[in-house]
Design a protein around this ligand. Structure first.
Ligand code: HPA
Length: 243
C-alpha cells in the first residue's frame, strides 16, 4: 500500500481540498518535525501534509529539521513524497510562474544535518537519479490533465540561503548546468532516498534568479508570483491526487 505525502514549501502551508481528519504531533529521535502531520483525504486518496517551514512559515531553509521531517513521514507509513518548492529561474525558458519537475539536483548547501548515516550505520545510497521516475511521470500526467505547461526535467541547484544568490553565483550555477535554484531541495531529497522513500519535486519559479532580470529581486515580485503560481500548483496536485 502506498501513502502519499505532500511537503508544502513557501506559499503552500495548507492544501485546499484536503479534508483533515487528524493533526498529529510526532516525535522523532531527531526532534519534532516542522509542524504536526496532517492526515486527510483528498478525493479518494489518503494524504499526509507537512508544512516544511512550519505553520506560519517560522523556519528558514537552513533551520528546517529535514531529518525529523523525513523520519516522521516514514514512521506514519508514508511511501511517496511530493515536495513543493518555490525557486528562482536560471534557464530563460523557466521564467516567472513556470512549473518544473526537475530530474537532477546539485547540492550547494552546507552545515545542515544531511544524513541518517552514523557510526554503526554506514550508508552509501545510490543517488544517480535523485527523483523517482514514476512519481515524476505521474506529476507530468497530472499537469497535462490540468492543462498546465510543465517542464519535464531540469537541474535544481540547492543553495544554502537564506539570502538570495549574487549574480556571479548564479552564473556559476548556470555553468554547472543548473536550471532552477532553491534553498530546500537538499538534504530533503537525499534523506528521502536514505530512508527508502520515493520522492519527486514540483517546483514553481517565483522570480528570475539574481542578475537575470533588470534590477534586484524584491519580495513583492516573489509574493505576486507565489499567489498566482500556487493556484496552478494546487490544480496540478488536485489532478495528481485524483489519478
Ligand atoms: N534563489 C534561491 N532560492 C529561491 C529563489 C532564488 O532566486 N527564489 C525562490 N527561492
Amino acid at each position: 500500500m502506498s501513502l502519499i505525502a505532500i511537503v508544502g514549501g513557501t506559499g503552500l502551508t495548507e492544501l485546499e481540498g484536503l479534508h483533515i481528519r487528524e493533526s498529529r504531533t510526532v516525535e522523532t529521535r531527531y526532534g519534532p518535525p516542522s509542524a504536526p502531520l496532517e492526515f486527510g483525504r483528498f478525493g479518494q486518496q489518503d494524504v499526509v501534509f507537512l508544512a516544511r517551514h512550519g505553520k506560519g512559515h517560522r523556519l528558514p531553509p537552513h533551520q528546517v529539521n529535514y531529518r525529523a521531517n523525513i523520519t516522521a513521514l516514514k514512521a506514519v507509513g508514508v511511501t511517496d513524497i511530493i515536495a513543493v518548492n518555490a525557486v528562482g529561474g536560471i534557464n530563460p525558458a523557466m521564467g516567472a510562474e513556470a512549473l518544473v519537475v526537475p530530474d537532477q539536483i546539485v547540492d550547494y548547501t552546507w552545515g545542515r544535518d544531511f544524513t541518517f548515516a552514523e557510526e554503526g550505520n554506514v550508508l552509501h545510497v545510490d543517488f544517480s537519479f535523485p527523483y523517482s521516475d514514476s512519481l515524476r511521470a505521474s506529476l507530468l500526467v497530472a499537469g497535462k490533465k490540468a492543462s498546465l505547461q510543465v517542464h519535464d526535467g531540469g537541474v535544481y541547484a540547492a543553495t544554502q540561503g537564506p539570502r538570495l544568490e549574487s549574480a556571479a553565483e548564479v552564473n556559476r550555477l548556470e555553468r554547472d548546468g543548473c536550471d532552477i535554484v532553491g534553498m530546500t531541495g537538499m538534504p530533503e531529497a537525499s534523506l528521502a532516498r536514505e530512508a527508502g522513500l520515493n520522492y519527486a519535486c514540483l517546483a514553481l519559479v517565483v522570480n528570475m534568479a539574481a542578475g537575470r532580470s533588470d534590477g534586484i529581486i524584491t519580495m513583492e515580485e516573489i509574493e505576486r508570483c507565489l499567489k498566482t503560481g500556487m493556484q496552478n500548483v494546487r490544480a496540478l496536485l488536485a489532478a495528481f491526487l485524483s489519478q
